[in-house]
Design a protein around this ligand. Sequence first.
Ligand SMILES: Cc1cc2nc3c(=O)[nH]c(=O)nc-3n(C[C@H](O)[C@H](O)[C@H](O)COP(=O)(O)OP(=O)(O)OC[C@H]3O[C@@H](n4cnc5c(N)ncnc54)[C@H](O)[C@@H]3O)c2cc1C
Ligand SMILES: NC(=O)c1ccc[n+]([C@@H]2O[C@H](COP(=O)([O-])OP(=O)(O)OC[C@H]3O[C@@H](n4cnc5c(N)ncnc54)[C@H](OP(=O)(O)O)[C@@H]3O)[C@@H](O)[C@H]2O)c1
Length: 378
Amino acid sequence: MEYGRKNPFPATIKEAYCLARDNVKETNHYIVDIANSGLEYKPGDSLGLFPHNDPGLVDELLQKLSASGEEGVELKRKGGFTFREALMEHLTIHRANRKFLKPLIAKLPANNRKELERLLSDRTALDQYLNVRDYIDILGEYPAAKFTPQEFADSVGGITPRLYSIASAPGTHPDEVHLTVAVVRYNSFERDRAGLATGFLADRVTVDETHVPIFIQPTRGFVIPEDGSRDIIMVGPGTGIAPFRAFLEQREMDEGKGRNWLIFGEWFEKTTFFYEDEFRAWQESGVLTRLDTAFSRDQDKKIYVQHRLQQAAAEVWKWLDEGAYFYVCGDKDYMAKDVHQALIDIAQEQGGLSEEEAEHYVNRTLMKEEKRYLRDVY
Ligand SMILES: Cc1cc2nc3c(=O)[nH]c(=O)nc-3n(C[C@H](O)[C@H](O)[C@H](O)COP(=O)(O)OP(=O)(O)OC[C@H]3O[C@@H](n4cnc5c(N)ncnc54)[C@H](O)[C@@H]3O)c2cc1C
Ligand SMILES: NC(=O)c1ccc[n+]([C@@H]2O[C@H](COP(=O)([O-])OP(=O)(O)OC[C@H]3O[C@@H](n4cnc5c(N)ncnc54)[C@H](OP(=O)(O)O)[C@@H]3O)[C@@H](O)[C@H]2O)c1
C-alpha cells in the first residue's frame, strides 16, 4: 500500500539544527529522511506529520485520572488500544477542547456547574478559558468529576496532523524533505507548555532514531510557473521563507530566464537572517535577481516586508505589469493581510487605478483570473 495520510510513512529525522544564532528564536531546520518511502513531492507542497504526546504529560494525566494506563479503550474508527497508547499517540491532551465541557458538567454536583455553564453560553470567555488550560488544569479545578479511561477517551479530540511547507526541491536533495519550523512555547499556570508538533520535533525526536509518521500534502495551486521565463516575486517573512528556498533551488536547476525577487523579514539581521549564506550565494550566481530584507527589531520603528514592497513600489508594479507571479507565505492573521493591502495601494499609486479598480485588479485579475498572486498562509 502506498504511503499517504491514511498510511503515513515512519520517517526519521537525519539532521536538526537551530537557524537563529545565539538562540534568540527557536526556529529550526529539519531534514527528514524519505529514502525507500516512494514519496514524491514538488516545490510548493507541504509535509504532514502526526506528532506524539509528551510521556511526562501522559503520566501526569494518568495520575490525575487515577488510571494505570493498562486499561483497554476503544477509539472510534481506530480500534482498541491500551489507555497509555491512546494518550501517547491518538488523543489531544496538551490543550483542552470544547467537547469536554458537557461530559464534565454532567459529572458535577448541581452547585458546582454554574461557572462552566456560563462559559458554554459565552464563546469568547470559553475560548479564553480553554486557550490556557489542558485537562490536568481542568480536572484539578473540578476534582469532583471522575472519568473512566473510556469516558475520557470519548470526551476529548483526536490528534490531527500538522502541515509544514517544504523547504527543499527534490532534485537538489534527493530522498530528503527539509522543513523550517518555529517552535511554539509558552507558560501558563506556572507550567511550561509547548505546541504538540513543534514540541515533539524539538524535544522528543532523536536524530536517526525516532519514527515520525509523515505524508505529502500536495499543494492546490502554490506552484512555480511552468514557463521558466516568467518572473517571480516571493514575500516570505519568518517561517514563510520555507517554500521559497524550495522555489529558488528548483529555479536554479531549471535554468530558466525568469527573474527571482525575494523579500524576507525577521527580527534581527545578525541572528535571524535564516539561510543567509544560501541567499548570498544565489545573489552572486545571479539566481536571485533582487533580495530585500525587513528586520523588524534592529531599530525602534518596526520595518516589515510590506514596507519594503512600498519602498520598491515602482519596481514591483513594473514586474507585475510585465507578467510576474507574486507569492506570499507565512502568518495569515496580520502579515498576509498587510501585504495584500500594500499590493492594492501599489496598484493605485503606480497603476493610476481607483481604489475599486485596484481591488478588482488584485482580488480578481491577479488572484482569480490570471492566478499569479498565490498564497500559502497559516
Ligand atoms: C499549509 C501550512 C503550512 C505550514 N507551514 C509551516 C512552516 O513551514 N513552518 C512552521 O513553523 N509552521 C507551519 N505551519 C503551522 C504548523 O502547521 C503548526 O500549526 C504550528 O507548527 C503549531 O503546531 P503545534 O502542534 O506545535 O502547536 P499546537 O499544539 O497546535 O498549539 C498551537 C496553539 O498554541 C497556542 N499558543 C501559542 N502561544 C500561546 C500562548 N502564549 N498562550 C496560549 N496559547 C498559545 C496558539 O494559539 C495555537 O492555537 C503551517 C500550517 C499550514 C496550514
Ligand atoms: N505563538 C507562537 O509562539 C508562535 C510560534 C511560532 C509560530 N507562530 C505562528 O506561526 C506563524 C509564523 O511565525 P514565524 O515565527 O515564522 O514568524 P512571524 O511571527 O510571522 O514573524 C516574522 C517577522 O514578521 C514580522 N511581523 C509581525 N507582524 C507583521 C505584520 N503585520 N506584517 C508583516 N510582518 C510582520 C515579525 O516582526 P515582530 O515580531 O518584530 O513584530 C517578524 O519580523 C505566525 O502565524 C505565528 O503567529 C506562533
